[in-house]
Ligand binder design. Structure first.
Ligand SMILES: O=C(O)C(=O)C[C@]1(C(=O)O)C=C[C@@H](O)C=C1
Length: 257
């Protein structure tokens, strides 16, 4: 049987509404990933560089090896995907997927995953994961990887948001881009009312998705959530949206190159 290349047309016809729809859908993914990770305790040997019989920590090794496999089968062909360890990724073993490129070439390679990695492990994880060590290191690492990928995809989606905003009003953005004026770009692309709605919506989603469901004794666990809804709202307000805006600014600064 002959084998054909696969292709996709998912990037075409984007609008500000459609990219916002995608961001809303990604909220679900992020919240479910956090809920899954919260099932395990911190499992700190996973992050300890001196414990495992692998280079770096066990977590780092699992992420690097998973990314290498995914690179071979084309994950990073998609402009929505950015690796945490872009150095020395193996080449594709499948034919290229020919995904239509909507981004400006100078902005495609923007990658702030180092910042996302530090934020996730140093600031976020201790806020929603309990102390302890149950030995489930590989399932825990898989959850960490899913959280990291979901956050990274959401934050780097700022490239698409910035492209749409620029295409909708090049006359507004171009002077600030030529002047390399970050502050003006930041204020042009900021919608405080949208940010407020995002924070309220993710808090509500965390309540709905993370409620305890019990057939007997329905009131017993009322008000208990699998991840703290106010923590999810803070995550968005303090890190996810500011980092998405940082990606937008970085993208716009290169948009006229
Ligand atoms: O919806 C937008 O316009 C975006 O740029 C996305 C986003 C976000 O990260 O959710 C970022 C900046 C805006 O102030 C509002 C929301």
């Amino acid at each position: 049987m002959s084998k054909k290349p696969i292709s996709s047309d998912s990037c075409l016809n984007m609008t500000l509404d459609s990219v916002r729809e995608s961001l809303i859908g990604q909220e679900d993914t992020i919240i479910f990933c956090l809920i899954e990770r919260a099932k395990y305790p911190i499992n700190s040997p996973l992050y300890d560089e001196s414990v495992a019989g692998v280079p770096g920590s066990l977590l780092e090794y699992i992420v690097k090896e998973t990314e290498a496999l995914h690179a071979k089968v084309g994950r990073y062909e998609s402009p929505e995907e950015n690796p945490f360890f872009p150095e020395n990724l193996p080449p594709l073993i499948v034919p290229p997927y020919n995904i239509p490129q909507v981004l400006h070439p100078s902005g495609i390679s923007i990658n702030i995953n180092k910042t996302i990695w530090d934020m996730y492990f140093n600031q976020l994880l201790p806020l929603f994961v309990r102390e302890g060590n149950d030995g489930n290191y590989v399932p825990t690492a898989t959850c960490d990887l899913h959280c990291l990928q979901a956050l990274s995809r959401r934050i780097h989606y700022g490239k698409f948001v910035a492209e749409i905003k620029f295409m909708d009003a090049p006359e507004d953005y171009s002077p600030a881009i030529r002047a390399q004026d970050r502050a003006t770009l930041m204020s042009l692309l900021t919608f405080e009312n949208v940010e407020e709605m995002v924070k309220q919506r993710v808090e509500k989603k965390a309540m709905v998705f993370g409620q305890e469901v019990s057939l007997n004794d329905p009131d017993n666990k009322k008000g208990k959530y699998k991840v703290d809804p106010s923590m999810v709202s803070c995550l968005y307000g303090e890190w996810v949206m500011p980092l998405t805006k940082l990606v937008q600014v970085e993208y716009l600064l290169r948009r006229l190159d």
